[in-house]
Design a protein around this ligand. Sequence first.
Ligand code: IPM
Ligand code: MG
Length: 356
Amino acid sequence: MNYNIALLKGDGIGPEIVDSAVAVLKKVAEKFGHTFNFTEYLIGGAAIDAAGVPLPQETIDGCLASDSVLLGAVGGPKWDTLPADLRPEKGLLGIRAAMGLYTNLRPAKLYPALAERCPLRQEIVKDGFDLLIVRELTGGIYFGDRGRREGKYGPEAYDTEAYSVMEIERICRVALSAAQKRTGKVISVDKANVLETSRLWRETVHRLAEEYDGVTVEDMLVDNTAQQLVKNPSQFDVLVTTNMFGDILSDEASQITGSIGMLASASLGDGTRGLYEPIHGSAPSMGGQDKANPIATILSGAMMLRYAFDLSAEADAIEAAVDKALNDGCRTYDIVAPGMKTLKCSELTSEIIARL
Ligand code: IPM
Ligand code: MG
């Protein structure tokens, strides 16, 4: 088959990790007889430098015309002082909105080979964990009304959290169907003891759950969820939550896998075209040094094959090659253990390709 993939390399370590994933995808194409055509577009700081805006129209058009999009990461101190609308992060939020990607799937599992890197005590993670965070991605406080004004105590700023029933329904449906293919257990994370949006969220998710055979939904307050993730991560299967809570909890979940450099994500809308990216950031101080862990981006490539192109054998092959490389002790600096050689980003990529 023939697929057109838009590449948004972005900033910092973005270019090198995307190059790694592309090298892996090219090997898969050769092995399984597909053609992947890659076209690069600008986003984030790189786009600000070249075109004056974090998300040029050409990038939006290119992504919408592609079969799927692979993204590295955006942002860096160089652009931190720009006005809000010109920050690199605005490019990422903009492309999620322009492509209608309201679902963000963030799986987190403990790799047996990396168990010693997990910051939690062995007795806590002895059963491992394999959870899926379903994060709402185009609503809530990220996209609500915001601004500056004169308030009771002088100048103030505000950001607004709003969720419509429609937005809650469509993200909860994704989580409920995902749970049917897993253990059927959904935890819906909110702050219903304080927030009205959370109370609407609760009503909605429980109403929908009745339509899903074999699925149970339990509510958990977000502060408690943050505790439970480090106290007993094995209790979780599917978690569904808002844009901001999902942002925070997915970073916490990644940390307990042993390295933030391992977690892939898929951002999806109603069709098959999605955006695939590592959940970690651009690590500006490491950019261009060939040091970064490429695994999260390589696994994002695997997710793209599975979800966007329905190529599950090919996705399995990438995931198996990553497992093998890890089991054989191939590690970048962030996951290296005593007695192992620290590999560069490009070296770990070659080791993974050699195992495909
Ligand atoms: C993420 C990132 C982004 C987000 C930032 C860079 C805007 O933290 O993808 O988790 O908050 O969504
Ligand atoms: Mg984040």
